[in-house]
Write a protein that binds this ligand. Structure first.
Ligand code: 26W
Length: 819
């Protein structure tokens, strides 16, 4: 094990054990004999946290000594996953703790299963933020996360009769062992009220925001350990508390709820994570959550900066702020308010500082995901910020008119205020105007942002637009999640890949080596058997561990086309039962993913997956050739169980819809072969691993764009021309998969045949089926399958979040490692 930390602990035999027993007694008030699993887990986590705390303090000292520039990553969502295993991996303590637990007669695995999944996020955006924090600490860079300490994280998903049922996701029992609460560091956050015009110093116009209601922000710090454990940064999460104690008068008037009404009102700001990643809910509470986050953060950052004794005018030289999508874009207006109103800086200076400090990343291409807030909601909740945004817009549109004197509609197209559909604030426009950098998360995505989504801004500010292709941390997603393969790789090329993923390319020479292939296959079969056991335990379904594991795990959304995968399964099923044509290769189709509670189409897809599974899995005619299973409650920990066992990675979104994807990277890095469209980062994965080590199919984004603008795509053409397509699609119109609820899936049939098949399923189905045939063909040649799989691992180095973070640091944040 590479990091030094464990050597010290190794040497000092018993130190870790003593620390655990100390916390069991003094932090949990329990003894070894009586301790519950939960208490044991807390004692272990507190003991490990102690190691992190001292390093966190040392890291902070180091940054102060170097007066280092700091990066603040603002995100409404962080999907951390379980921390214990990750810290053990990064500090090289896994074996030592396993041995210590053995001495204490406790099974480390059971302890690890105790920890919640840290699901403070909905999808890829949230997990990417967590991978970035791991890379920043590993690269010894002063990078800090800022988010909300939701009491309820992402809902837990149960499948009841095949339907998704949402249950509260209690991520944060009051005492999450990793969090260090800072109750003395309270931030008073003003909302509501009104703005009085008045004259300030040297008679300058200085509006006064008054009669606000205040909510208090309490910080809670999560240590983020990098590989090696030398650098430990923090993720600061804010929880909301009411400013006014409950009103004793009203209480004595025994109207308890009236007495605490305001308390509940303000504390609900950080009550729960909004579960949707489809449409912006533009709800007052969501706006308050976003503002609460940025207001606490800006106050905290400014306080820290002024403590360094730095000049306010040099703020941008010492501070970088990354906006993780539009959700924290209010940081731009809040920083302006802080500089102009609280530090009396002049507007232009403040604007230059704000723009030089802020940078914006877009994570979506789905138009309805772009946040637009009703102006009157702003008037009510954030009257001063609305004024500032009007001023920003006024000055900006002046610039636009100067720049495009002949294009009279340019101001309307680029304005922060959209007049159509009730006056709305376009948060993406604010994010672009108030930032010095705008990036997409994959080559195609960044191109589409320039050409289709923000063409006017790309023309006016070409230097601001760049691409930063996503990445994932190989420490959690390979080293921790897949020890058999990680050890095999290390035995072949050493362990440098853990901190330098590009060295994985040394595996290239082993790809065709039969000995290495054999060992590789053993790691995979081992993982497939433990996943088969897990599936058996959770669903009762027995699957064939030697079948091809065909995996589609991600949020359920129409654009991600889980339905296309299902149409292929239906095609195979009918080929077996009607044509007596068994597939060349037995397959197990493994689905997992949550649908936004407010997305009925996605929820019906989940029901269809489970009903198709029900019918096929108990059909004796298909018994060992075809199985379909959906695992409930997909999140980081379940992904870590499924990914090491996946043979085929389904990345089949309609070209031009998936901004990047990151699951595709995790699966390729673990040796799965990808069947994918030319969408998001699939294109770059194919470029890196080689087209003959990647199964691609379907229309590309330009063709779809063309067909859409010409409105010349007609699903009936494909339905009429291809009897196999017709046979598969007709199942949705029949009750083959919904005997008990006849007609249940007619809406899906209608979405394909009567509502224009918006996501081009039928246009891609034939080439998808053909490509799946090639997959079967190859799977019957294990040596060449394994060669391609090993080449996918060898050439996945680019998709490490270390590479992504280094690109952000060099070209957007001007951030340097501090060692
Ligand atoms: C306002 C509702 C809302 C909330 C979240 C979002 C996110 C943008 C959704 C998201 O998670 N996007 C995913 O971000 C990943 C990381 O960059 C990409 O890899 C995925 O392609 C993208 O869907 C959209 C809309």
């Amino acid at each position: 094990h590479y990091p030094p930390v464990c050597n010290a602990l190794e040497a000092d035999n018993g130190a870790l054990r003593d620390a655990i027993l100390y916390h069991l007694q003094y932090s949990c008030g329990s003894t070894k004999k009586e301790a519950t699993q939960g208490e044991l887990a807390r004692a272990v986590m507190l003991a490990v946290r102690d190691l992190l705390t001292e390093r966190m303090l040392a890291t902070e000292k180091r940054y102060q000594q170097h007066n280092a520039k700091r990066l603040y990553y603002l995100s409404m969502e962080f999907h951390l996953g379980r921390t214990l295993g990750n810290v053990l991996a990064n500090l090289g303590l896994t074996t030592l703790l396993a041995r210590t637990m053995e001495e204490l007669g406790v099974d480390l695995e059971e302890i690890r299963e105790q920890e919640s999944d840290g699901a403070l996020g909905t999808g890829g955006l949230a997990r990417l933020a967590a991978c970035f924090l791991d890379s920043l600490a590993t690269l010894d860079m002063p990078g800090f996360g800022y988010g909300l300490k939701y009491q309820f994280g992402l809902f837990r998903q149960e499948l009841v009769q095949g339907y998704q049922k949402e249950l509260p996701g209690r991520w944060d029992t009051e005492h999450n062992p990793w969090l260090i609460s800072r109750p003395d560091e309270v931030f008073a956050i003003p909302m509501y009220g009104r703005v009085e015009p008045s004259r300030g110093r040297n008679n300058r116009y200085a509006p006064v925001w008054q009669d606000q209601k205040f909510v208090l922000g309490i910080p809670h710090d999560m240590p983020i350990a990098g590989a090696g454990g030398k650098t430990v940064n923090t993720l600061r999460l804010f929880s909301a508390r009411s400013a006014d104690a409950f009103d004793i008068q009203i209480f004595t008037a025994n109207d308890y709820f009236q007495a605490i009404r305001h308390q509940l009102f303000s504390e609900s700001v950080s009550k729960m994570l909004y579960p949707s990643d489809v449409d912006d809910q533009s709800l007052e509470m969501r706006l308050k959550q976003e503002y609460f986050l940025v207001a606490c953060t800006i106050q905290d950052i400014m306080k820290k900066y002024l403590k360094t004794g730095g000049e306010i005018s040099n703020f941008a030289q010492n501070t970088a702020i990354q906006l993780n999508d539009t959700n924290p874009a209010l940081a731009i207006a809040e920083l302006m308010r802080c500089l102009v109103d609280e530090h009396q800086l002049d507007w232009d200076n403040s604007w230059d500082i704000t723009r030089a400090t802020c940078a914006y990343t877009s994570h979506t291409l789905v138009p309805e995901a772009y946040e637009k807030w009703p102006v009157q909601l702003f008037e009510k909740v954030l009257p001063r910020h609305l004024q500032i945004i009007y001023e920003i817009n006024h000055r900006f549109l002046h610039e636009v008119r100067l720049r495009y004197p002949d294009d009279e509609n340019a101001p309307t197209r680029m304005s922060l205020i959209e007049e159509t559909g009730g006056r709305q604030l376009n948060m993406a426009h604010l994010a672009i105007i108030g930032s010095h950098s705008v990036n997409g998360v994959a080559g195609l995505h960044s191109q589409l942002l320039r050409d289709n989504v923000f063409p006017d801004f790309a023309d006016m500010f070409p230097e601001r637009f760049s691409n930063k292709t996503n990445g994932v941390t190989q420490r959690r997603w390979l080293y921790k999640a897949n020890p058999p393969l990680a050890n095999l790789i290390t035995s072949a090329i050493g362990n440098e890949w853990i901190i330098r993923a590009e060295t994985l390319s040394r595996l290239d020479e082993f790809a065709a080596d039969s000995q290495f292939q054999k060992q590789f296959a053993e790691t995979r079969n081992h993982n497939k058997r433990s996943l088969a056991d897990h599936i058996m335990r959770v669903t009762g379904l027995v699957i064939n561990p030697d079948s091809l594991f065909d995996v589609q795990i991600k949020r359920v959304h129409e654009y991600k086309r889980q339905l296309l995968h299902l149409l292929y399964i239906i095609h195979c099923y009918r080929a077996i039962i009607e044509d007596g044509e068994p597939p060349q290769v037995p397959r197990t189709h493994i689905f997992a993913g949550k649908a936004a509670p407010g997305d009925p189409a996605a929820k019906l897809i989940i029901k269809l997956i489970n009903n198709i599974g029900q019918v096929i899995n108990r059909d004796t005619r298909t018994r060992d050739m075809l199985k379909v299973v959906m695992l409930p409650d997909f999140g980081v920990s379940l992904a870590e169980k499924i990914i090491p066992a996946a043979d085929l990675s389904e990345q089949i979104s309609m070209a031009g819809t998936e901004a990047s994807g990151t699951g595709n990277m995790k699966l390729a890095m673990n040796g799965a072969l990808t069947i994918g469209t030319r969408d998001g980062s699939n294109i770059e994965i194919m470029e890196e691993v080689g087209a003959d080590n990647f199964f691609t199919f379907g229309l590309d984004a330009d063709t779809i764009e063309e067909l859409r603008t010409e409105n010349s795509y007609n699903a009936w053409d494909y339905y009429a021309d291809n009897p196999l397509i017709r046979r598969a699609v007709d199942c949705l119109d029949s009750d083959m998969f919904c005997q008990e609820e006849p007609g249940l899936f007619r809406d899906i049939f209608a979405s394909l045949m009567y509502e224009g098949d918006y996501f081009f399923h039928l246009a891609d189905l034939e080439s998808y089926i053909d490509t799946q045939q090639q997959v079967n063909e190859l799977y019957t040649h294990p040596a060449s399958w394994r060669k391609k799989a090993i080449l996918n691992i060898a050439r996945s180095g680019k998709f490490s979040s270390d590479r992504t973070v280094m690109e952000y640091a060099e070209t957007i944040w001007q951030l340097k490692p501090v060692v």
